[in-house]
Structures are given as C-alpha cells and as structure tokens.
Design a protein around this ligand. Sequence first.
Ligand code: ZN
Length: 319
Amino acid sequence: MSPDTPGLHHVTAIAGDPQDNADFYVGTLGLRLVKRTVNHDDTGTYHFYFGDGEGTPGTNITFFPWTDRGRDGRFGAGQTKTTAYAIPTDSVDYWRGRLESGGIDVEAATRFDETVLRFSDPDGIELELVATEAETAGTPWEDSSVPAKHQLRGFYAVTLAVDGFGPTETILTDVLGYELESEADGRRRYRSATGGPGSIVDLVETDPGRGQMGVGTVHHVAFAAESVEEQARWRKAFADAGLSPSEVIDRKYFQSIYVREPGGVLFEMATTGPGFTEDEALDELGERLTLPEWLEDEREQIEAQLPDFDGPTVGSDGD
Ligand code: ZN
C-alpha cells in the first residue's frame, strides 16, 4: 500500500448542448468556468472545466458537449453513477431551495449519517450535494451567484456502478491503497488512506450489462498524482496488477495516464500541476478559448467548427 494514496482530481462527462451545460454548472451550481478549450482528441468539441475560484484539483467537473447526438448514453455497469460535491452542513436548506426554485427535482436522503441532496443535471447526469463537517477543498469564487459561505467545497465522492464488487475493489484497495470503511444498503464506501477532501469512492452493484458511453454519462474519473514521478509509480502499479495503462499524455494543464479498471470504469491519473494558470491569468480564467500550442496554428479553423456558445450565464443569487 502506498502512503500517498490519491484523492479525486477531476470527473469528465459527456453533455449535450454547451450553453445549457455551462448555464447549469455556473448559473445554478455557482461553479466557475475555469477553462474553455477543445477536446484535444476531437477539436470540433468544446472541453469545459468547471471548478472553484482557482480551478483547484479536486473541485473540477469537466464536459465534452456533443451537440449532434441526442442523449445517446446508457447507464450501466462500468460507469460512474454519481458525482458528489461537499457542502457545509448549514447549507442544506439553501441548496434545496435554490435547486427547487430552478425547477430541479431534489431528493433528500440520509446516508452514513450525512444529509445527501440528489438531483440530475440537464443531460441526466446524477449529482449529489453531501452536507459534511469534514475537511473540504476549494477557494470561493467571488463572482459566483452563490454566496461564498454556501459554495460547493470540492468533491466529496464518486459512486461507481459495477457488476460485482470484487475486481474493482481489488484495484482500489491493493493498488490505490483505499480502505473499506463502511457498508450499508448495498453500498461499499472506501476511503483513501491519506484522507482529506475527495478521498471517498463508493461502489454499488448494478444489473449486468455494460453501460454505453455517450451524452448523459460520465466518461472517466481522474485521481490526483502529486508529481510526474508519483504518476510513473502509479503507472507501474497498474501494470504490475495486470492492467494496461496508457502512455503519459500531455493535457496542457496536467499530465495524464488512463487505465480501464476490470469493472469497466475508465480511470485517469492526472498530475496536480501545472494547472489552469499555465496559459491564462487567474482573474481571466475561462473567458476565452484557449488552445495548446500544438493546436494554435489551427485556431481559425477550430473556432469556425465549434458550436454556438455565448459564455456561461452567471445567474442570480435568488434573493
Ligand atoms: Zn480527464
């Protein structure tokens, strides 16, 4: 087991309309659009990153908006079922009211003694807000329509749906150093040995039959590696466990490796640096289309192909 077991770095999902996507995550959830770029592997598609005021690793949910597909994803085994953000315990009423006044169906539940608000984004992606007194991540964004005291505090957990706990559990515990912490109602909770924000992965079992990646589903879950050296160590650990990690890929704001765990979920191991201020000033994050240097020569052509997007509607504070 490693002493520096990773927490969550980012979650990447497939959206439909880019305007609806940005309006929801910025206007409703109060996150900041911290980077507006394209999918490096498919430059006709935007890649949006939403996070805290500084785009801190562990706060960022990112999207590829696919405009020409309809909601073609299908949930099933081998997928991330839910992405959960932490909120302060005294923010539950605020969030319930804010979401419901925005016409969003909210279901409140208690899980492991914490209040959980469950709802879906405009593309049907399941989200949760978990009220917790535990240490959380994130720097408030002063231009958010959500008051700083209620803003999302970074990831709380992801819930992965698998056809049988065993294979995924083995990777979480034997390779990544997570520990089984609790189990209830068919849910197993694992916590990174180092603890801290974004250190929980839940597993639930779902009916056999793999999901189909597409609009309305999560594409992958990324864990944080503190350095390229640490990332190389994880890469070797995945290979030693019989998995097939990718080579290191330069994602401009971090270096990435990808590996499909045996339950079918695509994992990424992303470095915490250099981060989103690599090509924009902190106070200008996300305001313009940024491209990595290897795509800059194609900017005119890329911009012409991208779908309509006017920038996020920041929304009102609801008061
Ligand atoms: Zn990623």
